[in-house]
Design a protein around this ligand. Structure first.
Ligand SMILES: [Zn+2]
Length: 246
């Protein structure tokens, strides 16, 4: 561990006017949520076609049975880890303005973060594909496939499926946050998922300095990153937080 790099990173964060964190699957691995891609990824075990909008509409029961198994029964048991708590604490102390996450596991909010932009949506709510009625997922997924209480249409989780655009409001808000930031912290993201992977470059274009926290280098490391802190998100963020509150 390079103590000087940590010291520099904490000084930057302390002096920053607007710090934004950008998180990916890597931050939730320590909460036992496997990434989607890669060797131990979910897509080795499941065929991702059930998250294709066309397949979902054609085979709602098959799709929903897997959606419930993975995103509600399994993800639903996950708890935030020290990395999520450290970010929530940084926000509370005024060192972090917002967190843009590519994850749909709700763990930032469970840890206490307030200003969270869920780039890929969330699983807490479902929307009717016919009339757009929005409901809280809980009791609606007891019987599959869930049906709209208003028009009996099919309910779909409010996270982004394959081939679906990013909700415009969240996309615009993420671009705004990136443009405002003078310090941008990349955590557990490899930068492979479009269009999320373009958000950090918007911050770069506006002159933000970059701190990256990852176990391995990403496609950002040698392009826009100024300080690379190698390690597990929980270890690195806990140590950074310690320096910040010193
Ligand atoms: Zn409806």
């Amino acid at each position: 561990m390079d103590a000087d790099l940590y010291q520099l990173a904490s000084t930057w964060i302390k002096e920053s006017k607007y710090t934004v964190a950008f998180t990916g699957a890597g931050i939730s691995v320590e909460s036992n949520i496997p990434p989607f891609r890669g060797e131990n990824g979910l897509w080795k075990k499941y065929n991702p076609i059930f998250l294709d909008t066309q397949y979902f509409v054609t085979y709602p029961e098959e799709s929903w049975s897997l959606i419930k198994e993975i995103f509600y029964d399994f993800f639903g048991q996950a708890k935030p880890n020290k990395a999520h708590y450290a970010l929530a604490e940084m926000e509370k102390l005024g060192y972090l303005n917002s967190t843009i996450t590519q994850n749909i596991d709700n763990l930032h909010q469970l840890a206490g973060s307030k200003n969270v932009l869920e780039f890929h949506g969330n699983s807490r709510t479902l929307s009717c594909i016919d009339c757009n009625e929005k409901v809280i997922s809980d009791r609606f997924i007891e019987r599959l496939p869930p049906r709209c209480p208003k028009c009996d249409g099919l309910l779909k989780p409010d996270f982004v499926f394959f081939g679906e655009p990013i909700p415009p409001k969240i996309y615009e808000a993420s671009i705004r946050e990136a443009s405002l930031s003078d310090i941008f912290i990349l955590i557990g993201t490899t930068g492979e998922i479009m269009p999320a992977s373009t958000i950090p470059f918007i911050a770069a274009q506006n002159g933000a300095k970059f701190i990256e926290i990852n176990i391995e280098k990403s496609k950002y490391s040698n392009t826009i990153v100024d300080i690379f802190l190698k390690g597990k998100a929980s270890d690195v963020l806990e140590y950074l937080l310690k320096l910040l509150i010193q």
